[in-house]
Design a protein around this ligand. Structure first.
Ligand code: AHR
Length: 665
């Protein structure tokens, strides 16, 4: 994109306005708005969701109860067990105890349940849960409470209790001071599991409420799946998503969503891959388990919820499955090496992958299509892309299994676009071998990852210009600029990613998809920095990097227009892309100035009629490259918009450290 020194000198001679700016190069951007341009991906900007940093349970999944099914275990965290998050409540005069059951579970996939024994009812004996850190409730905002239960009689209770009587139960939302904010009364009768539910409408708001279930007669209860959801989940979905977080993701206007990981797909060993089948069907039948990132995943946010969310926000689903190997760092000793699924287990594993396609796209009378339909979605989800493998070491073990999966997919589902992998880095052995293997097999798309310093993006703006247009398309599946110190989400890092995105757009004939990683992080439970969106129980804290993703997602195009940026001296961090959005007819110019000083650019439009046209400019900048948006503080960098009318040639001042988006109507 840089012009020759001769062009630079000529341009300097013509445009130098004043002596004190003699040191500043005049920069000129020529754009041909009438050119047919080059078709580029319509789906460049998407999101990558991984349950890391409490992104699912305690995050996007709106469930407010922590450890609802008593499946927490010390295999997840040393101090955890089935009662984690729960406490025994004995209201005035009450006496009782807790036990753990496993002999008559709600479902074999959900083996443990709580046994509550009421010896002395007093004003109630039961259990309380404070959710993930705490449960925020708002006056008048309904919550849906539910639980599974049957009457259970432990020890002497069997003889001492009148079993013809049902067990009265109250469900309460209690404020921090113990006062009751909402209450519902129910009866549990009988010796078989049944689901009970009630709506709780808080009288007052309290950011630190707790949920309490009290039993009021001598006897006992078996309890499982004790659950509390806000009613106003995203799009009002049952078993739905936290509205504010889901909306923040939707606001990016992502064209695709990759899930469930990342490293998560590998699980913690060859027999512990993320199994999509464990994540569908009635929630009480899903097989909760340890998440690779060292905490508990209920699978309440499972494949059905992922696909439904994609549909709700207009994003193409892009699930990823393991390539039949675990991560080279899986298990309890990172780096101990990749392991492959035994070859005689591969046919069953491949069948699981084929079943996934049937579940997503198959007719309602197919085995797995019927499971989707039973969940309330008879129409196919329209799955088109499937990732196989994540950041794998490209070994013979990997290749053998990847090839088996790829061949089966090609034979049975040629309509599915398989996305391969080329290791964890932007270059190196696995990158080279991964790409060679993708080419050898004719895999249509490859997933590249890079977490790099901001300057890397500036130094690699022409990376994709060198890619073979006849070979596989590129999915930049995970990328982020890691700034120092402490991997903060600085403006510098966000602008480096913006610069990278302009290079993806310029090469949008090759780069089909790109997604920042990781997406979500709960404050206090964050294992990885930096992330795109931070949150806590009540608030969402978008980073400057998020603003970049949102601006690119909302200013996407489908045609690259010819643009020539002239007069940029070597080493100056200034780059751009120009696209047309056929739907609106708008031309969209994105210019990133990564310098600590403002630069002026003269924009010359060819192929336009005389007269003026409307220009909407959106600028993202801050006081310095070091600023970051801090939780609860006014944002240090937020996009601002202005409108003007411009002729065929006009000047724009690009503020120091800025992303400028110009929409020409
Ligand atoms: O995004 C976090 C992790 O980074 C992903 O799980 C993995 O693919 C990568 O190493």
């Amino acid at each position: 994109m840089k012009t020759s020194p001769i062009v630079f000198l000529l341009a300097s001679a013509l445009l130098l306005p004043a002596a004190d700016s003699a040191a500043e190069p005049p920069v000129r951007l020529q754009i041909d708005l009438a050119a047919p341009g080059k078709a580029i991906s319509r789906d460049l900007v998407g999101v990558f969701f991984e349950d890391l940093n409490y992104a699912a349970d305690g995050g996007l999944y709106a469930e407010l109860i922590q450890n609802r099914s008593f499946e927490y275990s010390a295999t997840e965290q040393g101090e955890w067990g089935p009662f984690f998050g729960w406490e025994l409540v004995k209201a005035a005069g009450g006496g009782g105890q807790l036990g753990l059951g496993d002999s008559r579970p709600v479902h074999p996939n959900n083996p443990h349940y709580l046994l509550l024994t009421v010896l002395e009812p007093g004003s109630g004996v039961g259990i309380a849960n404070k959710g993930f850190d705490l449960i925020p409730v708002e006056a008048g905002r309904s919550c849906e409470a539910s639980f599974w239960a049957y009457q259970a009689y432990m020890g002497r209770m069997w003889k001492d209790t009148d079993q013809s009587k049902s067990m009265p139960v109250t469900l309460q939302l209690q404020a921090k001071d113990g006062s009751v904010l909402a209450e519902a009364r129910l009866e549990v009768a009988g010796r078989t599991w049944a689901k009970h539910s009630a709506t709780l409408v808080p009288r007052r708001s309290d950011p630190e409420a707790r949920f309490v279930l009290l039993a009021h007669a001598q006897g006992g209860l078996a309890l499982d799946m004790v659950s509390l959801f806000p009613r106003d989940t995203f799009k009002g979905r049952a078993n739905g998503l936290r509205r504010d977080l889901a909306q923040a993701i939707a606001d990016i206007r992502p064209r695709f969503m990759r899930f469930p990981g990342g490293c998560l797909v590998h699980g913690s060993g060859v027999h512990r891959f993320y199994n999509w089948k464990d994540s569908v069907g009635p929630v009480e039948q899903r097989r909760a388990q340890r998440n690779l990132w060292g905490y508990h995943q209920t699978f309440g946010l499972g494949y059905f919820e992922f696909f439904q969310f994609c549909e709700d926000i207009g994003a193409k689903p892009l699930p990823v499955v393991s390539a039949g190997v675990c991560c080279q760092h899986a298990g309890h000793s990172p780096g101990r090496g990749q392991e492959g699924l035994p070859l005689d287990e591969m046919p069953a594993y491949i069948q699981d992958i084929l079943d996934l396609i049937e579940w997503a796209n198959g007719p309602v009378d197919s085995k797995w299509g019927a499971v989707r339909a039973a969940a309330g979605h008879p129409e196919p989800f329209g799955l088109k892309y499937l990732g196989v493998g994540n950041e794998d070491a490209i070994t013979p073990t990997f290749k053998e299994r990847f090839r088996m999966i790829f061949d089966a997919l090609k034979a049975r589902h040629p309509e599915i676009v398989v996305v391969g992998t080329s290791g964890p880095f932007h270059s190196g052995e696995d990158y080279d071998n991964g790409w060679a293997f993708v080419r050898e097999l004719g895999v249509p798309m490859d997933d590249e990852h890079y977490y790099v310093p901001p300057q890397w993006f500036w130094d690699n703006l022409s990376r994709y210009e060198r890619y073979d247009r006849a070979s596989a398309k590129v999915y930049v599946g995970e990328y982020a600029a890691h700034d120092q110190p402490k991997d903060r989400n600085t403006l510098r890092s966000a602008l480096a990613e913006a610069a990278g995105l302009t290079s993806f757009e310029r090469n949008g004939d090759v780069v089909q998809f790109a997604s920042y990683a990781p997406l979500l992080a709960r404050r206090g439970h964050t294992q990885w920095h930096p992330d795109l969106i931070y949150f806590d129980t009540t608030a969402v804290y978008p980073t400057i990097n998020y603003q970049v993703q949102r601006l690119f997602g909302n200013n996407a195009g489908d045609t690259l227009l010819p643009a020539l940026l002239e007069g940029v001296p070597a080493g100056v961090r200034l780059t751009c892309s120009v696209v047309r959005d056929s739907a609106s007819g708008d031309a969209i110019v994105k210019v990133v100035n990564g310098e600590d000083r403002a630069l002026t650019v003269t924009i010359a439009l060819a192929g336009v009629s005389a007269g003026k046209r409307r220009l909407v400019a959106t600028i993202l900048t801050g006081a310095s490259a070091d600023v970051a948006n801090e939780d609860g503080q006014p944002p240090a960098a937020l996009p601002v918009t202005d409108e003007s009318r411009v002729g065929a040639s006009f000047e724009r001042v690009l503020p120091a450290n800025s992303l400028t988006i110009l929409r020409l109507r």
